[in-house]
Ligand binder design. Structure first.
Ligand code: ATP
Ligand code: MG
Length: 328
């Protein structure tokens, strides 16, 4: 087993092709790595580029007219920037499982849950028509679906939101991937079901040593189960921080996200919000893209510049020029 992280993302850039001559940058300066068995939370406001980054990891950017415009992306040492169809066939679904953002819309509506799971399982040569059904039931048991024999014959409209999400996770782990990319697997579910799905992901990690990248808007939620948190803002990764240090974050945007959490257990009275609107793609401010909404902004933050990635501790970083002056 190599000592290199399972996934390395370094200064990754993703553009969308608008016309033959026009390209729109959607993600730039995305930088972080994922170790084997590690759970990374990827958080940030809507439109910050989380799903595009997930799609880069499973090689489906092209379906949105997007492509990798620069930087490095490797999985177990394999260069995913230049990977072609046959290389992806060995990785997508097999070594990297994907729970797409729209998963709550559910599995395929015209196939039974069993047929869908069996289709995923049969991609793995270890399984054949003879043993596929047993494996499908085993997978439904792993994702803690009760009465799996009954559910095998059901269609997605017969399942609750939480069950649909469990089935999507079962499909994602069918081929025993080393990495699961779960794009907002709990958005739209009620809080108790959210907690159950999070617990399930933790169980999968401890049983199979799977690495997981968990995308969410909900910083306190992902913070409970992730080892490290990567924060995206306007197409950039602006901070990486260990979850245990989240209350002492090194970027004002991370702090603002944390302070604007809704705490149902200990309500804090007035709700805190982040000033202004997130910058939209194509209209990113020069310098620090959070500068227009930041309480700590100084003139130097607004200068045209590529912000440095300042290493903090063994694994973390911040792109805030004033990280050292933030109250700890
Ligand atoms: N084909 C496209 N053409 C133009 N813009 C696009 C295209 N696909 C995505 N975008 C834009 O890229 C940005 C990043 O999209 P992405 O789906 O990655 O955001 P996100 O962080 O996952 O947001 P959310 O939290 O709402 O899911 C968005 O502003 C989106 O509108
Ligand atoms: Mg998204």
């Amino acid at each position: 087993m190599s000592a290199e992280p399972l996934v390395v993302i370094d200064d990754l850039k993703i553009d969308v092709r608008l016309t033959r001559a026009n390209r729109l940058p959607i993600v730039d300066t995305a930088t972080f790595s994922i170790d084997r068995g590690e759970i990374i939370g990827l958080i940030g406001e809507s439109g910050s580029g989380k799903t595009m980054l997930c799609r880069a990891l499973v090689g489906t950017l092209g379906r949105r007219g997007a492509y990798i415009a620069g930087g490095k992306l490797t999985f177990d040492g394999i260069d995913l920037v230049t990977a072609k169809g046959s290389a992806w066939a060995d990785i997508r679904g097999k070594r990297i499982g994907y729970v797409p953002q729209s998963a709550l819309a559910g599995p395929n509506p015209v196939m039974t849950i069993g047929a869908q799971l069996e289709e995923s399982i049969l991609q793995d040569k270890e399984f054949s028509k003879g043993n596929v059904k047993a494996r499908a039931i085993e997978l439904l048991n792993i994702v803690q679906i009760r009465r799996p024999e009954v559910v095998m014959h059901q269609y997605q409209h017969e399942l609750s939101g939480g069950m649909k999400q469990r089935v999507m996770i079962a499909c994602a782990i069918a081929q025993q991937p080393e990495l699961i990319v779960a794009d907002e697997p709990t958005t739209g579910l009620d809080v108790t079901v959210q907690a159950e799905i999070m617990r399930l992901l933790l169980d999968i990690r401890s049983e199979f040593k799977t690495s997981i990248i968990l995308v969410s808007h909900d910083l306190p939620l992902v913070n409970q189960i992730c080892d490290e948190i990567v924060v995206m803002h306007a197409g950039s990764t602006v901070e990486k921080i260990s979850s245990r240090d989240i209350t002492r974050a090194n970027h004002p945007y991370t702090r603002a996200l944390y302070d604007s959490r809704i705490d149902l257990v200990e309500p804090k009275g007035e709700l805190t919000t982040i000033n202004g609107q997130p910058p939209t793609v194509g209209n990113w401010p020069v310098g620090c893209r959070f500068s227009e909404r930041c309480n700590f902004v100084e003139d130097r933050c607004r200068l045209p510049q590529v912000l440095p990635i300042i290493p903090i501790g063994p694994n973390g970083f911040s792109t805030c020029l004033r990280f050292n002056e933030l109250e700890k």
